[in-house]
Design a protein around this ligand. Structure first.
Ligand SMILES: Cc1ncc(COP(=O)(O)O)c(C=O)c1O
Length: 188
C-alpha cells in the first residue's frame, strides 16, 4: 500500500470530479471561471479569512505577498532554513536578503527564542531593513505565532504565514491560513 494513495482518494469521489471537469468543458471559461470564485469563497470560509486570492502555486502566493508589502533590494526577510526552497527563493527573487533563524529541535519550526537576537545583530552589523518574517508550519505543525508576533511587532516586522504544508491545521482555536496578516498555502 502506498503512503499517499491518490488512486483510492480518486475512486471515492470519481463521479464528482468527472462531473466538475465536464462542467468546465461545457461552459468553456478556462480562466477566471465561476469555479475560481467558488474555490476562493470556500477557502476563505474554511480558514475564516476575510479574503482569498487564488494563483498558480504556493510559490507565487509567497511572491505576491512579498510584492504586496513592497519588499525590494536592501530589505531583509527572516525565515527558517528548514523548509521547501520556495520560502527563501521568493525573497531572493525580489533582490531582498533572507535571514535564517534556526529551528526548535522539538517542533522543527523557527525557534522564536532566537529571533530577537538575530534582529538586533542584523541591525547592528548591516544596512539591511528587516521588513517581514515568514514562519513556516512544517509537516502540518503550526509555528508559535503568539510568541513570534510578540517579538516582531515592536520592530515593525510584518508576518507572512507559509501554510503550504499546514492546510487544515489549527493553532489554538484558529485555522492555519489565517494566522497572520497574509497567509499562503499550496495544493502541491
Ligand atoms: C513550506 C512550503 N512553502 C512553499 C511551497 C511552495 O508551494 P508550490 O509547490 O505550490 O509552489 C511548498 C511546496 O511544497 C512548501 O512545502
Amino acid at each position: 500500500m502506498e503512503f499517499i494513495d491518490l488512486k483510492i482518494q480518486f475512486s471515492k469521489i470519481e463521479n464528482k470530479i468527472k462531473e466538475s471537469i465536464h462542467n468546465v468543458l461545457n461552459h468553456g471559461q478556462y480562466i477566471m471561471g465561476p469555479e475560481v470564485k467558488k474555490l476562493e469563497y470556500e477557502l476563505s470560509r474554511y480558514v475564516d479569512a476575510k479574503y482569498c486570492v487564488s494563483c498558480s502555486s504556493g510559490t507565487d502566493a509567497l511572491l505576491m505577498s512579498l510584492l504586496a508589502i513592497g519588499i525590494k533590494p536592501g530589505d531583509a526577510v527572516i525565515t527558517t532554513p528548514f523548509t521547501f526552497v520556495a520560502t527563501a527563493e521568493v525573497i531572493t527573487l525580489l533582490g531582498a536578503t533572507p535571514i535564517f533563524v534556526d529551528i526548535d529541535s522539538k517542533t522543527f519550526n523557527i525557534n522564536p527564542d532566537l529571533i530577537e537576537e538575530i534582529i538586533l545583530d542584523v541591525k547592528k552589523n548591516t544596512n539591511l531593513d528587516i521588513k517581514a518574517i515568514i514562519p513556516v508550519n512544517i509537516f502540518g505543525l503550526s509555528a508559535d505565532y503568539n510568541k513570534i508576533s510578540g517579538i516582531v511587532t515592536k520592530y515593525n516586522i510584518r508576518i507572512i504565514e507559509d501554510a503550504a504544508q499546514s492546510f487544515g491545521a489549527k493553532y489554538y482555536k484558529e485555522k492555519s491560513g489565517s494566522l497572520s496578516e497574509l497567509s499562503c498555502t499550496s495544493f502541491f
